[in-house]
Ligand binder design. Structure first.
Ligand code: GAL
Length: 460
């Protein structure tokens, strides 16, 4: 099981805005590993001799390539599509003769796309490149099955071993060979709110929010006839994400990490307490949640028809896409109780074994791994760069807050986005949550998760 190690990220000064200091005010995580020196990793091959020319763009060094590249993803919401377009524009600026085929399939979290992909891979009809996550997903589902091509040579050529934290690279490497190129790193445990609505109710959210504080606010909003939580779980993963974030927030990042090595039981009192609190959260969600997608739930925050939304920071892209101003029209805080954790949801792309257009695909991978590509993409997507040389000045308040959190919080993996546990467990979680939102049976959910953990080879 690969669990992402804590790694430091982008350079620059600490942000000084008032909402940005949550991470720095949290207890220094005694258990958090210290920042790694990326190049100290013995497994990291040496990079090319340093040209000392960080300004060199891929365009300067790339011979022109033609052909098509089929890019498979699930980035179809307003914010996601805008960010994907920024990657396409980066590639086109470098390689104008490459035709891009956008094979995106709607359904947040890849709820529809991943099944289609599996069918194509199994049938020997891979897209040239597909979106995936670090950990169990890339390693267990794709690399171990022989669907992905090792990218060590490209990492060396592009100098990525020196530019991307070693912990991240390790979490996407099979036998020491990287299997994907990262575009960015999302923080999954975001809690987004309509600031105007809350101001109107006399509610102000501080740098952190505890479970009790949220439940008290939610009760007040409920009394005023306002839904506290906006949820869109026509893809059940969105409610599973609400649960995952609540689990991290209630049991804390260290106990949460223990779920994946069996040292924390899914049937422990602390997990059952987290499930009970999740059930209380569900009491405050909008009645039409099953009819909505995750981004439609964010739209309800945007238009003020409910107050908060628990979601990874791809939600930021939706606020941006709707021309809302960060810290003015909308605000953010960590999901209740989870301020000491950074739930890492990485986004990267592969090179398929048997890719129809390997040369064009390599150019695509160079583009998304480039400074230009990552800067343009992450500004719109809400994630932070995987590269450590992105300029903090190119990003606003939220991004700087997330960078601080990445550098100081305990980084934990997500089940909902494929990294913490095998696909079978991820599916079992989704199935159990589908039942739970109706049954509210705490013991049943705990024992189903415990059984699924045992079936997947971890957990007691
Ligand atoms: C995640 C992905 C994010 C975002 C989200 C919602 O799995 O890593 O980039 O797209 O799904 O669709």
């Amino acid at each position: 099981m690969t669990v992402l190690a804590l790694v430091a990220t982008a350079c620059g000064d600490d942000s000084d805005d008032e909402t940005a200091d949550e991470a720095s005010t949290q207890e220094p995580a005694a258990t958090a590993p210290s920042a790694e020196e990326p190049s100290d990793d013995a497994s990291a091959p040496a990079t090319e001799p340093d040209s000392s020319d960080d300004e060199t763009t891929a365009e300067d060094s790339s011979p022109q390539v033609s052909g098509t590249v089929e890019v498979f993803s699930w980035w179809t919401s307003g914010g996601e599509a805008a960010a994907l377009d920024a990657l396409f524009a980066t590639l086109t600026a470098i390689q104008p003769n490459i035709e891009i085929v956008n094979a995106a399939i709607a359904g947040g979290g890849g709820s529809s796309a991943r099944a289609v992909l599996q069918t194509r891979l199994g049938g020997g009809d891979p897209p040239d490149t597909w979106q995936t996550h670090h950990g169990a997903e890339i390693l267990g589902q794709y690399a171990a099955a022989g669907f992905t091509t090792g990218l060590d040579a490209l990492y060396r050529e592009q100098g990525w071993y020196e530019l991307i934290p070693a912990g991240l690279i390790e979490a996407l490497s099979h036998n020491g060979d990287p299997q994907m190129v990262l575009a960015g790193v999302h923080r999954g445990n975001g809690f987004w709110y309509n600031k105007t609505l809350l101001d109107g109710q006399g509610v102000s959210v501080g740098d952190t929010l505890s479970v009790d504080q949220f439940l008290s606010i939610a009760a007040d909003l409920d009394a005023a006839g306002i839904d506290a939580l906006c949820v869109g779980d026509n893809g059940i993963w969105a409610s599973a994400e609400l649960f995952e974030n609540t689990l991290v927030g209630v049991i804390g990042p260290q106990a949460y990490l223990g779920l994946w090595d069996g040292s924390t039981s899914f049937e422990s009192p602390e997990v059952k307490n987290a499930i009970s609190i999740y059930s209380q959260f569900l009491d405050y969600q909008n009645d039409d949640h099953v009819a909505l997608s995750w981004d439609q739930a964010v739209s309800k925050v945007i238009d003020g028809s409910c107050a908060f939304n628990s979601m990874g920071d791809w939600a930021f892209g939706e606020f941006l896409n709707a021309n809302l101003e960060e810290g003015v029209d909308f605000g953010w805080v960590s999901h209740p109780g989870s301020h000491g954790a950074f739930v890492a949801v990485t986004d990267g792309f592969t090179l398929a074994v048997g890719a129809p257009n390997p040369d064009a695909t390599i150019e695509w991978l160079k583009a998304i791994g480039s400074l230009e590509g990552q800067t343009a993409f992450n500004q719109l997507k809400g994630s932070i760069c995987a590269r450590t040389d992105c300029d903090r000045g190119d990003f606003g308040r939220y991004h700087n807050w997330a960078m601080d959190s990445f550098g100081s919080a305990v980084i934990v993996p997500t089940v909902v986005h494929g990294s913490a546990a095998p696909a079978a467990f991820q599916q079992a979680l989704n199935d159990a949550i589908t039942v739970f939102v109706v049954s509210r049976d705490v013991d049943a959910l705990a024992s189903e998760l415990a059984a699924a953990a045992r079936a997947s080879g971890f957990g007691g």
